[in-house]
Write a protein that binds this ligand. Sequence first.
Ligand SMILES: [Zn+2]
Length: 458
Amino acid sequence: MQTVKEFIAENRENILRDMARLVAVPSVKGPALPGAPYGEGPRNALNEGLAMAREMGFETYDAQGYLGWAQLPGKDPEKYIATITHMDVVPVGNGWDADPWTLREKDGWLLGRGIADDKGPSVLILYALKYIKESGMELKYPIRAIFGCDEECGMTDVEYYQANYPAPAFLFTPDAEFPLCNGEKGHFGGKICSPVCNGVILDFEGGVANNAVPDRAKALVKVPVDKLKKTAGITLEAVDENTTAVLGQGKSGHAALPEGTVNAIGLVVDCLLESGVCNEAENAYLKVLQNLHKDYYGRGVGIQADDGKFTPLTIIGGVISMKDGVICQTFDCRYVTTTDVDTLTCQMEAACGTAAHLEEVEGNACFYIEPDHPAIQALLNTYNQVTGRQAQPFLMGGGTYARHFPCAVSYGPEVQDLVLPDFAGPMHGANEGARFEDLLMGLEIYINALLRLEELEL
Ligand SMILES: [Zn+2]
């Protein structure tokens, strides 16, 4: 039998070719079409992925364009092992050095939208299945390589999966970092909205995404510029003799890792409150926001929590906007195992009092699997054996597909604390890049890990 290393060496060029094929399909979410719930981009990328799988001789299944899969048969009629990667990508954004949909190679790096997140890993999984198929071994559990189409915009693809198909006995998602993440914080989100205040605030805007701390925010107020205090991080601009723009400049960052950020909305709120220019209803609402923004561990709004497993609960305010006299501030909270969405909702309502109310509250439970679970041990041991390391599993605040399955973890293939050369960018960034050798090592790990999972009692 061919060794895993020989197989990888022999398939190197084919792997590269197939990664280029997938990257070449622009698969940003778009308007729904028949058979394409996330638009034609993700639909076309799924077609390409499934075509590749059929060329390798696998059975494939298309779940109405929500997702699809390739499968290797196994003896157990009840239980199966699964992986899930995704075919959709985030929009291109600015700053690319070349066409984002043409896979480039430079100094051992592959560059293109989706190469790291998550088209490169999707191809790795297909080649892992190819190795197992060509080895001719009989599998106990069927192995299903699922390709999702809505990872980046809400993960409704896996909701569809859960509603229509039995869950795998164990799943891993190659859509994060090695070694392995065995728990993700819960997510709690919503909006804090004001009543119609009829005060001095004419407009309030800031933030680009609910899950990011904004570095810019701006309020337009019916107040002469000399009545406002120039507090920390604030620039005041007179629009006319009675109207002033209050501009905040903070430091942006991700909602899951808010340490070190400065929320620009909070700076504008502080300025308005310290200047004492707003009416009573506005002041009451702004105080709620001040409590939200002053501390990203939720102490200001009374929701702080720490369970000794995860890092403490965090909360940030992402986007603020004003429409028909109502100001709404989104929030994004990552919570730990000692609390839940109902408790948090109740506490947030208390923090709002009569000055504000919550809208569009939603949440996802935490997930946490004990690190001594046999499947986790199998994956971790495989990683440590292939890399020669002694790595331990980690927990995180961000959300992957793993939380949507009953027994699942995220497992590579990105290298932790990866140092990028100046021509390569991170996932979601310009010049998104991954080192080809790292991806190939990921393939070696995935092949060995799947074989070990087959030996377990699931
Ligand atoms: Zn991803």
